[in-house]
Write a protein that binds this ligand. Sequence first.
Ligand SMILES: Nc1ccn([C@@H]2O[C@H](COP(=O)(O)OP(=O)(O)O)[C@@H](O)[C@H]2O)c(=O)n1
Ligand SMILES: [Ca+2]
Length: 497
Amino acid sequence: MSAQREMKEKNLWHTPVTIIITVIGVIAIVALVTVAVLQNKPLHQKYKYGIVLDAGSSHTALYIYEWPAEKDNNTGRVEQTHSCKVKGPGISSYASDPVKAGESLSECMQEAQLKVPKDRHQETPLYLGATAGMRLLNIENSSASDRVFQAVGEALQKSPFSFQGARILSGQEEGAFGWVTVNYLDDRLSQGLETTGALDLGGASTQISFISDSFDGSESPANSVTFRLYGNDYNLYTHSFLCYGKDQVLRLVLAHLTQSGLGNVADPCFHSGYMETKNYSVLYDSPCVSDRKPSGAPATFTHSGRGDFLQCQEMVKKVFNFTNCKYSQCSFNGVFQPLVQGPFGAFSAYYFVMNFLNLTDTSIPLEVVKEKLTRYCATPWNEIQQQHPKVKVKYLAEYCFSGTYILTLLTEGYNFTSESYSDIKFIKKIKGSDAGWTLGYMLNLTNMIPAEAPDTPLLPHAGYVSFVTVIALLLFVLFIVSLRPLWPSCSKQPQIV
Ligand SMILES: Nc1ccn([C@@H]2O[C@H](COP(=O)(O)OP(=O)(O)O)[C@@H](O)[C@H]2O)c(=O)n1
Ligand SMILES: [Ca+2]
């Protein structure tokens, strides 16, 4: 009897019930893992796009940005995938023929249509932001600037993209968005790290933006921009100096020089042997200098070089006004500025000029940098031309001036010292994206930087799948173990008496 019962128990393991339970258990685990994998698998990577046109004083550039479609506001994921330099001058130069300003953009816009997948064209936002060139035109002749915007807007409206408007950025926006760009690309915002200051040098204006422990905005509210990004509050100091881009300062310095020698201008900022006949009307055709035009000036003057860094620096210093600071401290022209603090990224013309001059290494002592520039400026013009046959003569002639202006602006203007000079990094790109205001502008307009830190999943996808699998297997094993009494080896062997 007992042997019979035990035989029965042994056979229980092979009963349909046990088999069904086991099969259901296996199916349940396979289903659980499959659902977990499918439910949480990143979707096939699709991208979204955004286009920004940087309408600068000297030229316009188009930038295309790309980011994974399913995670709009995650960290540091927007990247520049393409850029296109518009041929010809900046849009403000088309004041007398605005339609041409619109037409000038068409080549880059065609390129953008090829770069952005066709099925994304309609939903891709397109922005145009204009900076100091259009600020000056707006001051000089606001109806002319309106006409340029009208023409540019009409041209962009015809593109297949979702045109969101063309407007002038304020100097504050230009500075602040440049700061957002460099800190976003370095993942400093998402990770709440110490931020990098931003130095942007354009043709017609220049911006300085940084966080200072001693700045809460109260001393000069006009220089304060506040942000809440990824759960952190920032009170940014920023200032934009209109007319202090390198092309306008070149005019200012020349304007100073023409005050003394009307027909002949011997310029220490140009190489000896350089000589060009220039028009007074062209030189003074800018609101930055127009009030300085000497009366009774001849139509033209001879602009010749003297190649003397120190004297050039003396001339450049004259464009800064160091008197009349009504704040605790100022940079120049009575503008409040706290002491520079932390690392800085210097981009745009800062980079182009210092890179040309082989002076981007800021670990070289400032005195040595000045010596190198002194030697460069003293090099005769014919030698310079021989050394750089491929560089456009107009640009080549100006590097001595531009280098001198950059060093003077940084040290005399912003009060960088021999020590803090090494905190500056001359940069063009960060992780493949150009440093400049455009990315920050787009991130802001598309609400891509959240005010609060996004909730991040506890585990990455692969970790999550492994976790679910292990737990499911564990449960299954426990279940099997719980059936132990039914295991054949655990049942008593029938004893045959
Ligand atoms: N490869 C290049 C490109 C631009 N640049 C200069 O960089 C400056 C760019 O200024 P911008 O056109 O953005 O002018 P803003 O409107 O920013 O004042 C101009 O002075 C250009 O001449 C350069 O030196 N080398
Ligand atoms: Ca610019």
